[in-house]
Design a binder for this molecule. Structure first.
Ligand code: NAD
Length: 370
């Protein structure tokens, strides 16, 4: 198995940390790590050697048919030829997302492409859930960014000079990232309200000490897997009206709303931003999928109508040591589940729900496009 160094600018994570390498080696997997792969996450080459891995400048050259290449980010067009033909490539997301060369590359090189973001949300795959691991980090960090940009206290303070009222935080979307944002904002002492189209999250929101804002009853707001369905037409308009009432009184709005396979829904229009007080802050965690706010510029911090709008990208990389630790544990659980001790290869068993869900290409054929 080869662990490659990430090449995308700003990506500090690594797909295996020394602790997970030790477990893989213990399970009979030979691991070769690219020199310097873990440095940006705080793991020097010596620690990988200590865990039983070899360190090499071209780890992929040691692989044979059906061996595994581990990555965090999808390989770039330049990097793709480093992945040996017929390798099993495991990464956070390998979907083409409109880049035609990606599917061509998987087919041409007969790569078995395993995109972990497509793992099913079933109990057996819970320990492999990379989406939750990374969303948790995003939710936590979004609140710290908001607190830093706000220029106001989050907690209530009673001082000799008078009382400071707590900041009011509105969280849109109470999935994994949103719930972590609620918990973090509460820990900092803010008053938190949260909004989601799925009524099922009300109890979780309230158990964290936040107020649940319900729009109208959304019959069928959730699909069979527990994900939100797209809200369109009049329902979307009414949803924005409900959000606006809360927004006008909020110091901070953290948006996390996503619908699988779609562009992020627009929950905040330019006119809604204008209704916020001067100096308010929006952190748009959906920036990577286009953003929940009309005025978000992905990857940038902008001020519009006196409101600071942050569109951070790849927040997990800003906490690389722990992000790598969590991601690599998820990867380890996946590998141990599908590793065949006799052949010492990954068993690409399309009858297994876990493999079938995240295998997007195999043996020259595209199995899923997205
Ligand atoms: P997600 O990232 O797809 O979406 C984030 C949130 O945005 C969701 O709560 C969604 O309901 C909400 N949203 C979508 N459109 C919206 C709109 N128009 N307005 C307001 N909110 C909107 O969600 P996620 O964090 O990946 O979680 C999805 C589901 O999966 C949840 O039910 C979660 O509990 C579940 N889950 C299950 C497991 C497991 O069983 N292993 C693990 C993690 C999450």
């Amino acid at each position: 198995m080869a662990v490659l160094k990430e090449s995308v600018e700003g990506e500090k994570r690594v797909a295996a940390v020394p602790a997970t390498v030790e477990k893989m080696v213990g399970a009979g997997i030979e691991v070769v790590v690219e020199g310097g792969a873990g440095v940006a996450s705080g793991f020097p080459d010596a620690d990988y050697r200590g865990a039983g891995a070899k360190v090499d400048t071209r780890p992929e050259s040691t692989l044979s048919d059906g061996d595994v290449v581990l990555k965090v980010q999808r390989p770039s067009a330049q990097e793709v030829d480093r992945i040996p033909e017929r390798a099993v490539l495991v990464a956070y997301s390998l979907q083409a997302r409109g880049d035609a060369w990606v599917s061509e590359a998987w087919k041409r090189r007969r790569i078995s492409a395993i995109s972990l973001d497509l793992l099913p949300r079933i109990a057996r795959a819970q320990s492999m859930d990379v989406l939750s691991s990374m969303a948790n980090i995003g939710g936590y960090k979004s609140v710290l960014l908001a607190a830093n940009a706000l220029g106001k206290f989050f907690p209530m303070l009673m001082t000799a000079a008078g009382t400071i009222l707590p900041a009011k935080v509105l969280v849109l979307g109470a999935g994994v990232a949103g719930l972590q944002a609620i918990a973090t904002a509460r820990r900092l002492g803010a008053l938190v309200a949260a909004f989601d189209v799925r009524p099922a999250v009300k109890e979780q929101v309230e158990s964290l000490g936040a107020r649940f804002v319900a729009a109208e009853a959304h019959e069928g707001a959730e699909d069979a897997r527990g994900y939100a369905k797209e809200v369109t037409g009049d329902a979307a308009k009414r949803e924005r009206e409900a959000i606006l009432k809360e927004l006008a009184q909020s110091d901070v709005c953290i948006t996390t709303a996503l619908v699988p396979g779609k562009k992020a829904p627009i929950l905040l229009t330019a006119a809604m931003v204008q209704a916020m007080g001067l100096g308010s802050v929006i952190v748009d965690l959906a920036a990577e999928q286009g953003g929940n706010c009309e005025l978000t510029e992905p990857g940038k911090d902008v001020v519009r109508h006196g409101v600071t709008i942050l569109g951070p990208l790849n927040l997990p990389s800003t906490m690389a040591p722990q992000a790598s630790q969590l991601y690599s544990r998820n990867v380890l659980k996946f590998l141990l589940q599908v590793f065949d001790k006799e052949t010492k290869k990954i068993a690409v068993d399309r009858n297994d729900e876990i493999v079938r869900s995240c295998l997007i290409a195999h043996d020259g054929e595209m199995l899923q496009t997205g």
